[in-house]
Design a protein around this ligand. Structure first.
Ligand SMILES: Cc1ncc(COP(=O)(O)O)c(C=O)c1O
Length: 357
């Protein structure tokens, strides 16, 4: 069976040596030494100033909204994983959708402008499939309208825009380190905070809002990463170069073989690719379903990602409709993509797609 992704497991002996350390010092959670070490190493690796590690990418978004005190309405994209929107709703913020660009699949800045009202407090764009948003236009819009920007950068680990980390744009960017991601800590996530003065507040918020033994000034939650997860991250980080080069190879073959068969999303200019996903867009939903079935019949499971479009969620108020996002959601499939995908399996996947188009 070939799934859309397969978790990369780094060197076992190295991981076990970290576990030995954890057993020796007995410190397994609450900002332990390995979490601190991973924060330092990741900040350097990614080229960012401030990183706060958390339990997953969903709470990273929630902590970002609370750190920036976002309320009322936030403009976001309907084409994302459900957590981008559900995290807003759980925090009492109403999502207003700005439809996407049909080629880059990212939120369209023109549609952001049209959606702004006096009750808008933030923009929550997503660097979909690691393809960076139009960060400069979004920055201008945010400045002109005094809005905060929180990038859901769950897919954008190690992505650079004009030679600097794309995570340095916006007020806060959030990452997901879920087991299926390019870089993972089993479960985990992070906030990249560009304003130094907000870092300590975020640290309190991930630990119930506790400032010290006598003071709990803000409504916090428990969003801490533990030492076993940080140990996994430290091992992954040591193997990033090999992981990246294996992914790049898989990506190159798909691109060469499929670029004239199906539509591929357009990569924004000046953006590096982290080769984390390989989405393909079909002419029609019918064609997509035919290919999906043909692959499934051979025990190959690409993913309808993202599906459904988030403007169709039944808990969204006010009701909205984003036609471009809905159309793309009906026609897109993300192909199996992971470092250890065998060449013969990839060839088989490509053949099935070509035969069924
Ligand atoms: C775009 C996007 N945002 C948020 C998340 C949530 O991250 P996590 O699964 O770590 O909570 C995901 C993850 O899967 C994602 O793809």
């Amino acid at each position: 069976m070939i799934n859309v992704t397969k978790t990369y497991l780094p060197n076992k002996e190295k991981y076990f040596s970290y576990i030995d350390k954890i057993y020796k010092n007995g410190w397994i959670t609450n900002n332990g030494p390995l979490v601190q070490e991973l924060e330092r190493k990741l900040a350097e690796y990614l080229g960012v100033k401030n990183i706060v590690l958390v339990a997953n990418g969903t709470v990273a978004l929630e902590i970002a909204y609370r750190t920036l005190e976002i309320k009322d309405y936030a403009i976001t994209t309907p084409f994302s994983f459900v957590a981008t929107t559900s995290s807003l709703v759980t925090n009492g913020i109403k999502p207003i959708f700005a439809d996407i660009d049909p080629h880059t699949l990212n939120i369209n800045p023109e549609n952001i402008k049209n959606a702004i009202t006096k009750n808008t407090s933030a923009i929550v764009p997503v660097h979909v499939f690691g393809n960076g948003c139009d960060v400069e236009s979004i920055n201008d819009i945010a400045k002109e309208n005094n809005l905060k920007v929180i990038y859901d950068a769950a897919h954008a680990f190690d992505v650079k825009y004009k030679d600097t980390s794309i995570l340095n744009y916006g007020d806060i960017s959030t990452l997901s380190f879920h087991a299926t991601k390019l870089f993972h800590t089993i479960e985990g996530g992070a906030l990249i905070i560009n304003d130094d003065s907000l870092v300590q507040k975020a640290r309190y918020l991930i630990n119930f809002g506790i400032e010290n033994e006598e003071s709990i000034p803000n409504l916090g939650t428990n969003a801490k990463m533990n030492e076993f997860e940080a140990a996994m991250g430290l091992c992954m980080l040591d193997e990033m170069e090999i992981i990246k080069s294996m992914r790049k190879e898989v990506y190159k073959i798909y691109k060469k073989e499929l670029k004239n068969t199906v539509e591929l999303p357009k990569q924004n200019e000046n953006i590096t690719s982290n080769h984390s996903y390989f989405p393909i867009i079909f002419k029609s939903e019918e064609q997509m379903l035919t290919v999906q079935k043909a692959l499934n019949d051979e025990q190959i499971f690409p993913r309808r990602y993202f599906y459904p479009s988030l403007d169709t969620l039944n808990y969204i108020e006010p009701k909205q409709r984003c036609n471009i996002s809905r159309d793309i959601c009906n026609r897109i499939l993300v192909l199996p993509m992971y470092p250890e995908l065998k060449k013969e399996d990839q060839t088989h996947i490509i053949q099935i797609i070509k035969k069924n188009i």
